[in-house]
Write a protein that binds this ligand. Structure first.
Ligand SMILES: NC(=O)c1ccc[n+]([C@@H]2O[C@H](COP(=O)([O-])OP(=O)(O)OC[C@H]3O[C@@H](n4cnc5c(N)ncnc54)[C@H](OP(=O)(O)O)[C@@H]3O)[C@@H](O)[C@H]2O)c1
Length: 337
């Protein structure tokens, strides 16, 4: 057991990407547990675009992390000491551990126990079989509702949610177009993940690529990015298209919201259904999603991809990797064996 508890505390709210002034790395004693509490050794931390939204000034679906508070983050760990029979020593738990080596949990402040039947690598428990996979599952299958032969567009398609969302739409028989940055990611989407086409939004002709890849317009937009990309996609939405508004990562490092989409009127004209969603609302149904996703992975119908960064100190840099597009699939940091 490590003899100290390393923790990243929020030192100041960043303007743009996080930098060396954003966090204080402190070393504290490993916490003592009281009655009804259990001690979790955090082993893996999930890096999510929403981490950046939590350290801005503006409240989102959760209050901003306070200055001096441990950085909020999802993680996976093992109970190493316990005074709570619901969390015996050796239990694997998943949830908001924070960016720290040790977290104290209790019935009032619990983490989700990983069901014993779920067969997955730790990184997959934070990715395909965690919040990420559930986001793709409910967002695509219940809001996007792709049908055979329809055209589905997924932005940030080579990322954690996008890779799963696109594959799920393929399983439903849709024609799936991914939008991603750079020719390598685009080739990977079509050659390895089975997408029908990919649009490189970093190429000068990306708008023409989008038109060429969606000759019949767009029936489902699984929106992860926002800004100009979303605007171009909206302009091609068909009658009764659906937009699963999952994320707007292109604006997360900006203080001001981007100008509104000029193609917004097309949503009205074409009777498009747009639904924003926050995966926390689906929490009671995570078991259903994880059961299906793990089965489809074991049957070879879904492929999970992870990018692993080693070392606790790398957490802030890892967060910036998402905005530079330096991940393929789910980005996780291993902080302990
Ligand atoms: N609604 C919910 O409950 C919920 C839950 C989870 C995630 N989300 C949202 O889902 C989206 C994807 O999250 P994730 O965890 O799967 O992250 P991710 O896609 O693995 O990582 C982010 C990716 O976004 C792309 N990107 C970054 N900046 C961009 C920009 N300015 N323009 C276009 N693309 C950009 C990068 O890929 P490229 O190399 O292709 O640029 C990067 O790899 C995010 O918007 C996130 O907030 C929402």
């Amino acid at each position: 057991m490590a003899e100290e508890n390393r923790r990243f505390l929020l030192a100041e709210r960043p303007t743009g990407p996080v930098d060396e002034n954003t966090y204080d790395l402190v070393r504290e004693p490993v916490p003592e547990i009281g009655e009804g509490e259990a001690l979790v050794r955090v082993q893996w931390i999930s890096i999510d675009p929403t981490n950046r939204t939590w350290i801005g000034e503006t409240p989102t679906y959760l209050p901003p992390v306070a200055i001096g508070e441990v950085m909020r983050g999802l993680g996976l760990g093992e109970v190493v000491a316990s005074n709570n029979e619901n969390f015996p020593v050796g239990t694997l738990v998943n949830g908001l551990t924070g960016w720290q080596d040790y977290a104290v949990i209790s019935d009032e402040n619990p983490l989700m126990v990983v069901p014993e039947g779920v067969k997955a690598e730790p990184a997959q428990l934070l990715g395909m079989m965690g919040m990420t996979g559930c986001t793709a599952y409910f967002g695509m299958l219940e809001i996007g509702e792709p049908k055979e032969g329809e055209t589905v567009v997924v932005s940030a398609a080579a990322g954690a949610v996008g890779t799963v969302a696109g594959q799920l739409a393929k399983m439903k028989g849709a024609r799936v177009v991914g939008i991603a940055g750079g020719p390598e990611k685009c080739a990977w989407l079509t050659d390895e993940l089975g997408f029908d086409a990919a649009v490189d939004y970093k190429a000068d002709d990306w708008r023409e690529q989008l038109v060429a890849a969606t000759p019949d317009g767009i029936d489902v937009d699984f929106e992860n990015v926002g800004g100009e990309i979303m605007e171009a996609v909206f302009a091609r939405l068909n009658i009764r298209a659906r937009v699963a508004l999952c994320g707007l990562i292109s604006g997360y490092n900006d203080d001001e919201p981007p100008p509104g989409p000029r193609s917004f009127g097309n949503l009205l004209i074409n009777r498009v259904k747009l639904q924003g969603f926050i995966i926390l609302d689906y929490y009671p149904r995570f078991g259903e999603a994880i059961g299906d996703l793990s089965q489809w992975v074991s049957e070879g119908k879904l492929r999970s991809e992870e990018t692993v960064v080693e070392g606790f100190e790398k957490l802030p840099d890892a967060l910036n990797m998402l905005f530079a597009g330096e991940n393929m699939g789910k980005l996780v940091v291993r902080i302990a064996d």
